[in-house]
Design a protein around this ligand. Sequence first.
Ligand SMILES: [Zn+2]
Length: 735
Amino acid sequence: MSTQTPAHSLSPLEARMEHGALAEKVARWDQLYHTEDAPEVDDATYDAAKRRLLEIEAAFPDLAAGSPTARVGAAPAEGFGKVRHAVPMLSLDNAFEDGDVREFVGRIRRFLALAPDAPIALVAEPKIDGLSISLRYEDGRFVQGATRGDGTEGEDVTANLLTLSQLPRLIEGAPRVLEVRGEVYMTKADFMALNQRQEAAGDKVFANPRNAAAGSLRQLDHRITATRPLSLFTYALGDASEPIADGHWQFLERLKSWGFPTNPLATRCDDVEAVLAFYHQIGEQRAGLPYDIDGVVYKVDRHDWQQRLGFVSRSPRWAIAHKFPAEQARTHLKAIHVSVGRTGVLTPWAELEPVNVGGVVVGQATLHNEDDIARKDIRAGDTVIIQRAGDVIPQVVGPAPDAPRGPAAFSMVAALTPLGGDHPVCPVCGSHAERIEGEVAWRCTGGLVCPAQATERLFHFASRNAFDIEGLGEKNIAFLFHIGRVTKPADIFRLGEIEAAIPDEKKALWRSPKKDKLAQSIPRDMLDFHTQRLGPLPLIAFEGWKDKSVDNLLKAIEARRAIPLERFIFALGIRQVGEATAKRLARHYGSFGAWRQAMMDAIPRENEAYHDLVSIEDIGPSVAADILSFFEEEHNRIALGDLAGQLTIQDAAKPVSTGSPVAGKAVVFTGELTAMTRAEAKARAESLGAKVVGSVSKKTDYVVAGPGAGSKLAEAQKLEIAVLSEEEWLALIGG
Ligand SMILES: [Zn+2]
């Protein structure tokens, strides 16, 4: 960070470029964190990126429009009803050093024009690492619960919250409207027990308690939530029909008297020194607490002061979160292995002597890539420092400074070249491994012949945000792949047919109590021999499978035979096509047939179908190239046809309000807007059924041009497309 140019010294072009690149990263991290419960970077990296964005925006305010800094989280996932928060659910500013906290109190004094020694009482509460929620009570009855979502609009998780035994359903003596906010979390012990159960059932295991809590609460089927051990703490007020208390401490007391769970460690401190002492004391207790916390929150106690202090951009001036540093531990790095991902990326990881890091036993850690290992000089045999920062997969910080070192530096070439071999190969399939020019990653070139890639792809295909097939986790996919029953996605939808065709007498044989089941790891050639002679074996022939579990799996698969187009596209696992891009493709092309035809048409590039593809927002030449190279491969086209034949692929949702004059129209915004931000304009247009695209083509219907519009305006004039001013646009859509 120290080598960065101060934001105010950047040229406007440099600022725009750096801001654009960083905003894209942060938006992606936000998306992963909030809608997929799968963080990609550690908190420190994320916070640093976000601070830099804010710095640049402070120097170049026009860059703030639509920036991820303006959002608290991500928009709600589909599948849940949406709840607009009566009072926005905002995020807190962070403090990292004691000095930041003293400065926070100093700012409050200056803002309220208090004497330098005026006492400011603060309430300090451990910051629970869970999922923020809002609970609405009307006439004392719990009526609605919502996630935070993007801070303005969240998901309706009322039914899911009702499965929490700690949630008061009815409260006595409450105001007519009362909205209480808090955190749903999972204790460390419940988390470990849940993961054990998940693993035994062949289901997804969670990276940490926060992900487990989020994944459990945000289940579309609340009966699944009911089986998950979720806990609750409440700590804030949202909407209320009358004042509840004079101060935060008194408010917490009232919450308790109404039966809400509040954190017993919360304390009222008379001054900043008491607050800091509390922080350091909690820091020492942290590993022993039954739940994960990532800091301590301080709030000005007096409500009248809170009101005067108000908000600065998206955070209250009267509260701050004092974060803990990442939890670290020392352990022995036994070996460095390489695993193969869905797209063939070869990723090194560390096998560790298991060690307890803040209550979670860690036996493996990611090493990212070869460059990262070299930069930190991590070697097999080292004593290393590992850290677990809130949400991320544990990572190796580096060798412990005072310990003896491992013998040899790590090299991907050496790790991937077998004894006696002369070139690097994939550790799973033995195909050539290569480091692609300009990338840090190594890749297996085996494609579909690589079982690791094939199983990773199948796993992605069945995962929550794709086909979401319950019971088809990593373990079961590996098993079905191993026995040759499922080697490509379409095979999943043939499982039922195969099982149904096996005669009952043959199944009955395997139900006999005397008959030993086959090991799941039975060698493949023995299985093939058996299958050739006797036909396919029923799944109940294998250990771990019973009629009931087979039945449940087949039912879960049948339930997904009809699938929305956007999920279908996402499930294909095309490089760079994440959920957001899949959604845009689905909306743009409407149906599977139209999309497939358009992609085939676009393959020659530089034609109308291609320009139409790259005119979709956020789809540039690089994403387009990945999509088209998927369609260029014959085996992909065959697999796609095979799969589509098994499914009912539902057309993308039609624009909501067909009555609007802009429904179905393609609109480009360019230049400066004055009445609203670009992001707001876009959201508004989309809610009216318009399609907002990034570049002007013959298919564009309107170009809305503000001051400073350049090449897009020129292009529109050349193509004789209707150009509207912002006012004309607003008039068209009715204000
Ligand atoms: Zn391979």
